[in-house]
Ligand binder design. Structure first.
Ligand code: PCA
Length: 323
């Protein structure tokens, strides 16, 4: 029995009784569909907590925005409407630009860089979320973001005028700078947005492209590996503090495991999902030098804009990251 990890002998028996009396169920909204590796990881996390606490805390995962729509999830946790939730970290960039650092083009494009960026972000983000009554449990990155289109793209000019699916403010800024027309679309709505012609291009991971069956509605994947954005899993602080100490520890332990497992899953996803795109007939393209130069120019401009917005906190974050 896993409980023996933190209780022994008679203490375990007593605590076990106490836990049964206080058994608690948590609703946990998440934004992405069940087949998404992040969601698989969250389910695993919930199962680990349930087992480690011998059922004292049962976390019920509500995936794909079914309980709260994605933009509402952080607010729901903040206000205590739900005790825990998962969301795309950079969605909070409107509160403070440091939340958006992982979505800046070409700042961190490899997993090693993404790890260093998260190490540099973690404390300031934890403090900011703490002020909002939330606590960070773990963060997991998506695979590097690539360009999906209905035609071959050789330069930034080729993106001009395209109806462009976006998922946060930074990507919207990117689309505008590329001369495209941004529209915010949540992952579960991607296939319909393409098939009805509402959008005709997007930047996202091989995971989201493959899970959305991108081959049904577009033809080209250009492997620009532009940034590695993260999801974060948070709890409401008061809800966490109400838990028995042993249960709190079990949640923290399961979260640490979920973070390690999630980063491994993400690394494994990249090649696996690109292969699936290819098998299903998508043309996978290495970006031309001209395209990359144009994209890097946009990235450089976005970094300048971000620095101006993010002030001292942003400068400190970049310093920590670049060390
Ligand atoms: N998939 C999510 C976020 C980043 C990613 O790879 C999306 O497309 O919204």
């Amino acid at each position: 029995m896993k409980m023996t990890r933190y209780f022994t002998g008679a203490v375990a028996a007593l605590a076990g009784m106490a836990m049964q009396v206080q058994a608690e169920a948590w609703d946990m909204p998440t934004p992405y569909p069940d087949a998404t590796f992040h969601t698989v990881n969250v389910h695993e996390f919930a199962k680990d907590v349930n087992e480690a606490t011998d059922g004292a805390l049962e976390i019920k995962v509500h995936s794909a925005g079914s309980l709260f729509k994605h933009p509402e999830i952080s607010k729901a946790v903040r206000s205590g409407q739900v005790p825990a939730g998962e969301f795309f970290l950079s969605l909070l960039a409107n509160d403070n630009p440091v939340f958006g650092a992982d979505s800046l083009p070409f700042l961190a494009t490899s997993y090693d860089q993404a790890e260093r960026l998260w190490a540099a972000q973690k404390d300031v983000i934890s403090d900011l979320l703490d002020e909002q009554g939330m606590m960070v449990l773990y963060a997991v990155p998506w695979p590097p973001q690539g360009l999906y289109t209905t035609k071959e793209i050789n330069s930034v000019e080729d993106l001009s005028g395209l109806k462009f699916r976006t998922y946060n403010a930074t990507l919207e800024e990117f689309a505008n700078l590329a001369g495209a027309a941004p529209t915010q679309v949540e992952v579960p709505d991607i296939p319909q947005a393409f098939s009805t012609g509402r959008v005709e291009a997007m930047i996202t991971s091989p995971s989201t492209g493959a899970n959305s069956k991108a081959w049904d509605f577009l033809s080209h994947y250009t492997d620009i590996q532009a940034w590695i954005p993260k999801n974060v899993v948070v709890v409401n602080k008061r809800a966490f503090q109400r838990l028995d100490e042993g249960v709190q520890q079990a949640v923290l332990d399961a979260a640490a495991e979920a973070e390690t497992r999630g980063w491994e899953m993400s690394r494994a996803e990249t090649d696996e999902k690109v292969a699936i795109l290819e098998e299903n007939g998508i043309t996978v393209v290495e970006p031309s030098d001209e395209l990359m130069e144009g994209l890097r120019d946009i990235g450089a401009q976005m970094l300048e804009n971000w620095k101006a917005d993010a002030g001292d906190a942003g400068a400190a974050l970049l310093d920590a990251y670049q060390q």
